[in-house]
Design a protein around this ligand. Structure first.
Ligand code: PMP
Ligand code: GLN
Length: 384
């Protein structure tokens, strides 16, 4: 195995979903919904397949989707983009992260990112030859510590890799927190890559503010998103990167050698989703909020005190008081004890100690599935 992959564990999400399948467990681990997005959007994909959209799409993405993404950013956030130079379609936000880091980092460049961090960030920073510098969002509130962020920046810092709404903590960074990020980026002349895949999945009165909308930030911010979360098509792997032409160009420069282009028949369907199903994400968020409340109430009833997330698919609990050595030990025992799968968080930290007792529970599942998961947990002995 190449050195660039040394020490990178297999992705915990696949591992836990395989465990769920093997043991017939309720899968509250990997974040994917068990109900698909709008049927009309699926019909468009089927139509595109029948209409001959089966050969390579243009490398940057089909024009209809790039234009729809530009309209989406303008409609929701007032961000004006040139669809020809400031939007590129990616194979999910995962390729967006990969292409951004490969396109922007030189060996030895440091990347400041929030911890716990989504697992592909760590792997991709390493594969790109970069060095990660974590800024920990600490329990119980998981807010951004401005001093820690400032302290993480060194003369070798090349970029900040942000994620809000944040997987796995459920934190939605406030405008004030984003201003701290912006101030640091402006003071040190840094680029920010911001992963906003959960942009529409925010609850209560929380508001998603794209970093690119803060004064002075549009020209140094590369924004990543995808249709997976907002329109419940995680398996389609259609995403996009937006921002100034130089940053989008860097993504495209790398992307052309990774995948060259993304799946042709799905792109017009996603364009249709953005243009014609603009209210789907809001309905989904309202619905998810109910399942969040169901899951959190259930976990509270079990004596696990969840962090009530402000956005995303996930709630966190600290399992220390159940007597387990760590979250991984609990998660490996859960299928047999309860027939339930959840995700341990230690792999989301540079220092596993920091997330040792944290476990993530997904509520992007049907009410029946969440209820069944809770019933199984309730019937089990969860102490070590
Ligand atoms: N970023 C975050 C924070 C995620 O949670 C996920 C996975 N859902 C992704 C990126 C990957 O998105 P995609 O499936 O569009 O590649
Ligand atoms: N983003 C999803 C999660 O956090 C899963 C995506 C994946 O399996 N790579 O669970």
């Amino acid at each position: 195995l190449a050195r660039r992959l040394h020490g990178i564990a297999p992705t915990i999400f696949s591992e836990m979903s395989a465990l769920a399948a093997r043991t017939g467990s309720v899968n509250l681990g990997q974040g994917f919904p068990d109900v698909d997005g709008p049927p009309e959007v699926i019909a468009r994909a089927v139509e595109a397949l029948g209409a001959g959209a089966n050969q390579y799409a243009p490398g940057p993405g089909v024009p209809a989707l790039r234009q729809a993404v530009a309209r989406h950013q303008a409609r929701h956030y007032g961000i004006e983009l040139d669809p020809d130079t400031e939007v590129v379609v990616t194979t999910g936000a995962t390729e967006g992260v990969a292409a951004a880091l490969l396109g922007l980092l030189d060996p030895g460049d440091e990347v400041v990112l929030l911890e716990p961090s989504y697992d592909s960030y760590d792997a991709m920073v390493q594969m790109a030859g970069g060095v990660r510098r974590g800024v920990t969002l600490r329990a119980p509130d998981f807010r951004l510590d401005a001093d820690a962020l400032r302290a993480a920046v060194t003369p070798r810092t090349r970029l900040l890799l942000l994620n809000s709404p944040h997987n796995p903590t459920g934190t939605v960074l406030t405008r004030a927190e984003l201003q701290v990020v912006a101030d640091v980026a402006l003071a040190h002349d840094l680029v920010v890559v911001t992963d906003e895949v959960y942009e529409h999945l925010v609850f209560d009165d929380h508001e998603h503010v794209p970093l690119a909308t803060l004064p002075g930030m549009a020209k140094r911010t590369l924004t990543l998103s995808s249709a997976g979360k907002s329109w419940s098509f995680t398996g389609w792997k259609v995403g996009w990167a937006t921002g100034p032409a130089d940053l989008v160009g860097a993504v495209l420069a790398a992307k052309q050698w990774l995948t060259f282009t993304s799946g042709a028949p799905l792109q017009p369907a996603v364009a249709h989703a953005l243009d014609h199903e603009p209210d789907f994400p809001r309905r989904l968020a309202a619905d998810l909020q109910q399942r969040r409340d169901l899951l959190c109430a259930g976990l509270r009833g079990l004596g696990l005190d969840p962090r009530v997330p402000e956005g995303t698919y996930f709630a966190l609990t600290d399992t220390a008081h159940l007597g387990w050595r760590d979250g991984l030990e609990l998660c490996l025992a859960l299928p047999e004890r309860a027939g339930v799968v959840a995700v341990p968080l230690q792999g989301f930290y540079d220092d596993p100690e920091a997330g040792r007792h944290l476990v993530r529970w997904a509520f992007c599942k049907t009410t029946d599935v969440v209820t069944e998961g809770l019933a199984r947990l309730g019937a089990a002995d969860l102490t070590r």
